[in-house]
Design a protein around this ligand. Structure first.
Ligand code: AMP
Ligand code: MN
Ligand code: MN
Length: 340
């Protein structure tokens, strides 16, 4: 008998972790894990950690995921498949770090016998049969850590490294406001597995030599619109040599301009054919989430994103309109919103 999972209650976090762990332990069919498009460190880390944990329990798992080049070093040969066209009958699908069904990459969601949605985005649409969504967690990997421990597994470097990666990347290497005491405790416990921390943090920041001239070109586009309250930069297709290969961490450029003095909002526009990928970072009570929801995207209060079906110049205007609205609303509210 498995414990029924009550999706109505968001508050019973431990109960849900227990119930999901039981489901995972007792599932006899195939298990497929997937995450969001343009996977980041938390996407790759939480997915690999949970897959490796289930394998340690003797389960056969398949991970459908194409990692960006800067994270490929974490994966073992044959550990990932880029895409699954169909799922075998009786497949359990676990979606990690994906706020919406439409953002889950590389799997036909409708084929799954059961879908479990594990995430920390406040904007999560609560898709799937069972969802464990906790926006108070800094990373989906932090939720996966609780599941791995509920499964009774001991931390090995193979399990702990991807889990710590997810926590490190979603907290800006333990610098962002989501770095709460529980996050540091979780990181310390993962570090105690004996994983090679210097190697992990060093490798995470390796970039191909072609990245550095690209950085120079992107920084040459920086502008400070809306009276200097916004830093905005662009990555255009003509700057990128190989459009087929995703080499970068989405923090790479916005992580530089977000620290321009006097700004409250940083925006990176990335040209992708007729569409534009938007990344937004905010401070001082301004909500990147509110800005990106206006643009059809989502995310967290200090960091959010959207994909706009328009060319980069039109997208720039739409983004600035949304930013202006949110700045006005923030000023009318007066006091900063709690950060999530
Ligand atoms: P990024 O700027 O790509 O690093 O994204 C920042 C945050 O917003 C991450 O947590 C993403 O998962 C989320 N996010 C990015 N793009 C979208 C989107 N189109 N829809 C919903 N959430 C998004
Ligand atoms: Mn993510
Ligand atoms: Mn995440």
């Amino acid at each position: 008998m498995t414990t029924p999972v009550d999706n109505r209650s968001e508050s019973d976090y431990s109960g849900k972790v227990r119930a999901i762990s039981e489901r995972l332990r007792s599932w006899s069919g195939p298990i497929v894990l997937a995450t969001h498009i343009d996977p980041d460190g938390d996407a790759v880390g939480s997915t690999l950690a949970l897959s490796r944990a289930l394998q340690a329990l003797g389960r056969a798992t398949t991970v459908s995921l194409t990692p960006p080049r800067f994270l490929a070093f974490l994966t073992a040969p044959g550990e990932l498949v880029p895409q699954l066209e169909t799922l075998a009958p009786g497949t359990l699908l676990i979606a990690l770090d994906a706020g919406a069904a439409s953002r889950v990459a590389g799997v036909p969601l409708g084929d799954a016998a059961l879908t479990i949605n594990i995430d920390h985005h406040g904007t999560n649409e609560r898709f799937g049969d069972i969802h464990l969504v906790d926006p108070s967690k800094a990373a989906t990997a932090q939720i996966v850590k609780d599941i791995v421990e509920q499964l009774g597994l001991a931390w090995t470097p193979e399990l702990a490294t991807p889990c710590l990666l997810g926590i490190l990347t979603d907290t800006g290497f333990l610098r962002f406001g989501n770095t709460r005491p529980a996050v540091l405790r979780a990181a310390a416990e993962l570090l105690a597995s004996g994983l090679d921390y210097a190697e992990l943090t060093d490798r995470l920041q390796w970039r191909p030599q072609s990245y550095y001239p690209l950085l120079a070109q992107v920084m040459a586009t920086v502008e400070f619109p809306l009276g200097g309250e916004v830093a905005l930069a662009r990555v255009t297709e003509s700057m990128r040599e190989d459009l087929s290969e995703e080499i970068l961490d989405s923090e790479d450029f916005i992580g530089v301009i977000r620290y321009a003095e006097g700004i409250r909002v940083a925006v990176l526009l990335k040209e992708q054919g007729d569409t534009t990928k938007v990344s937004v970072r905010t401070r001082g009570g301004v909500s990147a989430q509110a800005i990106c929801l206006m643009l059809g995207g989502g995310g967290h209060v200090p960091a959010a994103g959207a994909t706009i079906a328009a060319a980069i110049d039109i997208a720039r205007e739409r983004v600035l309109t949304a930013v202006r609205k949110e700045l006005d609303q923030t000023d009318r509210r007066g006091s900063p919103e709690p950060r999530r």
